[in-house]
Design a protein around this ligand. Structure first.
Ligand SMILES: Cc1cc2nc3c(=O)[nH]c(=O)nc-3n(C[C@H](O)[C@H](O)[C@H](O)COP(=O)(O)OP(=O)(O)OC[C@H]3O[C@@H](n4cnc5c(N)ncnc54)[C@H](O)[C@@H]3O)c2cc1C
Ligand SMILES: NC(=O)c1ccc[n+]([C@@H]2O[C@H](COP(=O)([O-])OP(=O)(O)OC[C@H]3O[C@@H](n4cnc5c(N)ncnc54)[C@H](O)[C@@H]3O)[C@@H](O)[C@H]2O)c1
Length: 460
């Protein structure tokens, strides 16, 4: 079967199609649940759980403000079913729209696994067990994302383990959970489950959690996490074994950790291998990411890639941006636009929240960049007094000569929201002094944290 356009993956890949593609014969291939990672097992459900976790945590700190609260109960099935009761119909509706709606008369949806067998040619193994189908496309878009890594730990095949794909659908809350990994997923789920009353042990190889963050952020976060979770840092897992109630994790220092649930949060890997991209003449990097140029073109003529399969950031807002770039470039082959990866922010929705954009201080030092830095504690702004916050801060890096921001890192309440004006300033080249004094800052609102951090920068 020949198509004008073949899209593999219905996460960000699904958002490419709009009425401007109505004249093309399109194949959309999805082996899993329609809508991809972010909608079904990623950003959206996790943040819905995080919101309830934040509420469940409130009584633990409200008494210092003179308000005694108690957490009476956490109704896991109700929390879980609210999340998936909202999400599952969206996935089903998205699929139905593409398969049944007259808007998509030009679109054929294949429910199955695609693999390259040649240049822009793929074999699809249908999920329903029917015979494989071969399709080819004038143009092909790879939006096949990535998957959770299951590390090769002795005993792992004999125990029941979870990844982010399954842990949100647990039948019931365990009393104890062991999380292996010290990155984004570990930090978010450890927060969620511990807020619900689960005793959480986190095992990580590094000496700090979230070690890719600016060192001041990862150290402060680790210090605070230690107060909530049993942290086993700088340890390797020697083996895992089944117990009567769950899983025993044995560490290289001879200590053990036990839980009814074991969560593996040890990174994600791109799905390029399972697509046999080499047979389509498509090159990958050492980490398995599909190589793309600034226009999101792969090394194979007529094949484009976007999102986690090609992006080292593995973030939804990056996948969305790249999807818009690919969409434009498919529609305007003579007027290609480049993806803009200059200032990619991220946030970790744990407790306290973290957000970051641009260089960390360690990266600035490594690159020999001239910089100055300033911090501002939440404790030093009026809204921080209102919250009695004593641990949060914003840290900025800037070029001392021009005042251009080089990096921003925030740990504390609403960090993912507070960072947005800094992303804007960096993206549009607004210098720190103009940003601080060229506008009003609502008093006494939380963005005064940013205003003060900007004013603290010791610029030339
Ligand atoms: C637990 C978790 C929380 C996250 N939270 C955030 C967050 O808060 N903010 C953020 O920015 N990012 C977050 N992310 C990352 C974000 O989900 C991803 O960056 C984003 O979903 C990637 O989109 P994509 O379109 O590239 O891939 P996906 O959404 O993964 O879509 C790829 C699709 O391709 C299908 N597919 C794969 N191989 C084949 C094949 N061979 N044949 C047919 N179909 C195939 C898959 O089934 C999948 O549906 C989170 C990720 C996880 C796991
Ligand atoms: N808020 C967000 O934006 C958000 C939230 C969740 C996930 N994500 C995305 O999903 C990706 C995956 O998240 P993640 O937390 O799994 O990855 P990560 O790369 O952030 O962390 C992986 C962790 O696992 C550890 N690890 C790796 N292999 C190991 C092994 N064999 N044994 C023990 N530890 C091991 C690493 O040292 C690291 O601490 C992230 O890169 C992120 O882009 C984003």
């Amino acid at each position: 079967m020949r198509f004008d356009l073949v899209i593999i993956g219905t996460g960000s890949g699904n958002s490419l199609l709009d009425p401007r593609f109505a004249g093309l014969k399109v194949a959309l291939v999805e082996r899993g649940v329609f809508g991809g990672t972010c909608l079904n097992v990623g950003c959206i459900p996790t943040k819905m759980f995080v919101h309830t976790a934040d509420i469940a945590l409130m009584p633990s700190s409200s008494s210092k403000l003179g308000v005694d609260e108690t957490l009476d109960a956490v109704h896991w099935p109700q929390i879980r079913d609210r999340v998936f009761g909202r999400i599952d119909p969206i996935a089903a509706g998205g699929r139905e729209y593409r398969t049944d709606h007259p808007d998509n008369a030009n679109v054929t949806v294949f429910a199955g696994e695609a693999r390259f067998t040649g240049d822009r040619t793929l074999e699809i193994t249908p999920n329903d067990g029917s015979d494989p189908v071969t399709i080819s496309g004038e143009r092909v878009v790879l939006a096949a994302g990535g998957r959770a890594v299951v590390p090769d730990i002795p005993g792992i095949d004999e125990v029941e383990y979870h990844t982010s794909d399954t842990v949100m659908r647990l039948e019931k809350l365990p009393a104890r959970m062991v999380v292996i990994g010290g990155g984004f997923i570990a930090a978010e789920f450890a927060h969620v489950f511990s807020a619900y009353g689960v005793e959480v042990t986190v095992v990580a190889r590094g000496g700090v959690l979230l070690r890719q963050e600016d060192r001041d952020i990862s150290e402060r976060f680790t210090e605070l996490a230690r107060q909530r979770w049993d942290l086993r840092l700088g340890r390797q897992v020697r083996r895992v074994a089944k117990t009567d109630t769950g899983v025993l994790v044995e560490l290289d220092d001879g200590t053990t950790a036990e839980g009814e649930v074991l969560l593996l949060a040890t990174g994600r890997t791109p799905n390029s291998d399972r697509l046999d991209v080499d047979r389509g003449g498509i090159e990958v990097t050492g980490s398995g990411h599909v190589v793309v140029d600034e226009y999101q073109r792969t090394t194979a003529e007529g094949v484009w890639a976007l999102g986690d399969i090609s992006s080292p950031w593995e973030l939804k807002h990056v996948a969305n941006h790249e999807a818009r770039v690919v969409q434009h470039n498919l529609l305007h082959p003579d007027d290609l636009v480049a993806a803009d990866h200059r200032f990619v922010p991220h946030a970790v929705f744990t407790a306290p929240q973290i957000a970051s954009v641009g260089l960390t201080e360690q990266q600035a030092l490594d690159r020999g960049v001239r910089y100055v830095t300033a911090t501002q504690d939440y404790a030093g702004i009026a809204y921080g007094w209102a919250m009695e916050n004593t641990t949060g801060f914003a840290k900025l890096l800037a070029d001392p000569a021009t005042g251009q921001l080089l990096g921003a890192h925030i740990l504390g309440p609403q960090a993912p929201t507070l960072i947005q004006p800094l992303i804007q300033a960096m993206s549009f080249g607004l210098d720190a002094r103009s940003m601080a004094r060229g506008q009003y800052w609502v008093h006494p609102a939380m963005p005064e944290l940013i205003e003060n951090a900007l004013l603290n920068l010791p610029l030339d």
